[in-house]
Design a protein around this ligand. Structure first.
Ligand SMILES: [Zn+2]
Ligand SMILES: [Zn+2]
Length: 213
């Protein structure tokens, strides 16, 4: 199969890769859409180190299950799934304490294990989340960064009627704006880049001015 790989800083190429065979606890996903994240761009630029080249990029992906490992339950062939691209181990001290984001053995797709910009990828079944109907592929590729915003909103205890300030409206900040506006908050933002600020306004946020109270 083919995959898109970084061959040297600033240059990617389509490379041949052996077709992945799913382990007993994995599903094989035929990728249908993969987003490009800021962290992919820092790998592309050579600013973020990866284990070696050629290195397959990408971690924000959606696809369709085409095969199941022998022990997989709760997933089926033909199911559309979104990949959660941080595979925690569920067994280390952090995982057992519920801090799976602090997993000592965390596999970060596209950073320390090969990425999703490939025709097919073997994904641990618990990290291949069935996608809701009614969302298009290009919406589903935004789901992973959207959940980052949704988690920030949840942890901050965001409630309808509250006022929120989003500092920085890159893609994750913009998705946070979407989330907060939908949740019924009044949203302000600070953002030095004009085109990002313009999108934040389109999404229903207001630029914060120094004399706002
Ligand atoms: Zn990302
Ligand atoms: Zn762990």
């Amino acid at each position: 199969m083919e995959a898109l790989a970084l061959v040297e800083p600033g240059r990617v190429e389509v490379v041949e890769r052996p077709d992945p065979v799913p382990a007993p606890s994995e599903v094989l996903v035929r990728m249908t859409g993969v987003g490009i994240c800021g962290s992919d761009l820092s790998v592309f630029d050579g600013h973020r180190e990866v284990p070696g080249t050629p290195w397959v990029l990408g971690h924000e992906g959606v696809g369709e299950i085409v095969a199941l490992g022998s022990e997989v339950t709760g997933r089926r062939v033909g199911q559309r799934v979104v990949v959660e691209p941080n595979y925690c181990c569920f067994t280390c001290a952090s995982c057992r304490a519920g801090f799976t984001s602090g997993c000592e053995n965390r596999k970060i797709v596209g950073i320390n294990v090969p990425g999703l910009l490939a025709e097919r990828v073997a994904v641990p079944a618990p990290f291949a989340w069935p996608a809701p109907d009614g969302l298009a592929t290009d919406e589903l590729v935004c789901l992973e960064p959207y959940t980052v915003g949704a988690a920030a909103s949840r942890r901050a205890g965001a409630r309808p009627g509250q006022r929120a300030l989003v500092v920085g409206t890159g893609s994750t900040g913009l998705l946070l704006v979407v989330h907060l506006v939908e949740a019924g908050l009044e949203v302000w933002f600070v953002e030095p880049t004009a085109d990002r600020a313009e999108i934040a306004v389109e999404l229903g946020a207001r630029p914060f001015e120094d004399d706002d109270d």
